[in-house]
Design a protein around this ligand. Structure first.
Ligand SMILES: C[S@@+](CC[C@H](N)C(=O)[O-])C[C@H]1O[C@@H](n2cnc3c(N)ncnc32)[C@H](O)[C@@H]1O
Length: 343
């Protein structure tokens, strides 16, 4: 059944969070219509999409069935509330809580506390259900963002908290250039990786991207030019009980592999991640030419590089084109770009 759901997104990088959800739907061949707001994505799609996104996405906090969307104006909200048939969503025997979240400083004239109180009183009057703020059967969730108010029933929280348990400091093998698991998972999703299909990270380092692809059920292959990394990544994958993987010692400029369905990688750019004497630009240029042979005609490649690297220049001789680009400020002198390529 087609339904409207809205997703509360992580505030770090909204463009990646939205792109990640849409990439998951694309990998599942699900059609959708999308409306984008600051930290909120409203999707009209198969009901199952909510479960799939909540299980896989790194940048989603919560998923809600949408009951209505209106202007962020107190009277408009009360009118939309009166037009909603709550008997369809909660019975007199169930308990409920109402939570209203304000994104950033949107609609400061609308009090979220007053909304919670008035909406709660309205639901109680309409169906006779009682409030229970500690452990409700149903959680009604409202969001004020971008001049609109979205209201729905929380269906589930995402697996984002579990990702935190895979941070570099919790792994047996740790390197300073390790990517955080949230970004690693988002990059795997942006590569449109699918369970049971082949996923490659040819600059695997300590294996952050491989862990995420492996736990999503991909057949995961990694390689690195440094023996210490190959050994360390293997320890990390075993530690998180990843199955169906292989990691080998190999130079990404000459990879001994055949076709891959999806590729996500974070090549070194000096600093703490060694390029083994090569110029970072040279490495990326050679590697993209090598990938041109390896990536399947329908496959995507997700690449993390510093903003100073002009990827456009390096793909000019290949069959790749850039389909997405997201910027992540890391510190004063480094902005990372996450680029998605496709043939
Ligand atoms: C930025 S790190 C990858 C970090 C990884 N994403 C993680 O979360 O641990 C880049 C890796 O590329 C490896 N590397 C450098 N030159 C390489 C080459 N020519 N071929 C393959 N790997 C290379 C380095 O040894 C390093 O482990």
């Amino acid at each position: 059944m087609i339904k409207n759901h809205f997703y509360l997104l992580s505030g770090e990088t909204t463009t990646i969070a939205i792109a990640e959800c849409l990439a998951i739907l694309e990998s599942l061949n699900m059609d959708y219509k999308a409306e984008k707001y600051d930290q909120i994505l409203l999707l009209n799609a198969e009901e199952e999409s909510c479960q799939r996104i909540a299980e896989r996405a790194a940048m989603v906090h919560r998923c809600c069935i949408s009951l209505f969307k209106c202007e962020a104006d107190f009277n408009q909200i009360m009118t939309s509330l009166r037009d909603t048939d709550f008997q369809k969503h909660i019975s007199a025997r169930e308990t409920f809580a109402v939570r209203v979240k304000r994104i950033k400083n949107y609609s400061p004239e609308v009090s979220s506390l007053l909304l919670e109180k008035e909406i709660g009183a309205f639901i109680h009057r309409s169906v006779g259900a009682r409030a229970n703020l500690e452990n409700p059967d149903k959680l009604f969730y409202g969001v004020l963002t971008d001049g609109v108010f979205l209201f729905g029933i929380s269906v589930r929280e995402s697996e984002r908290k579990a990702l935190g348990l895979r941070k570099a400091k919790f792994r047996p093998f740790f390197i300073p250039s390790s990517m955080n698991p949230h970004l690693a998972r988002a990059m795997v999703n942006l590569s449109r990786a699918r369970p049971k299909e082949f996923f490659l990270d040819p600059f695997c380092g300590a294996g952050g991207l491989l862990i995420e692809a492996g736990l999503m059920g991909c057949k995961t292959i990694g390689s690195d030019v440094d023996k210490k990394m190959v050994r360390g990544a293997k320890r990390n994958l075993l530690h998180f009980n990843v199955v169906n993987w292989n990691i080998i010692l190999s130079d990404a400029k000459h990879l001994p592999f055949n076709r891959f369905d999806s590729i996500a990688t974070d090549p070194p750019y000096g600093g703490s991640a060694s390029t083994k004497g090569a110029r970072p630009e040279e490495l990326i240029e050679f590697f993209l030419q090598e990938l041109d042979e390896l990536s399947s005609p329908k496959g995507y490649v997700c690449l993390g590089t510093p903003l100073t690297i002009n990827v456009n220049e390096f793909i000019s001789g290949t069959s790749f084109r850039i389909v997405e680009k997201h910027l992540i400020p890391v510190h004063k002198s480094l902005t990372r770009q996450i680029i998605v390529l496709r043939k």
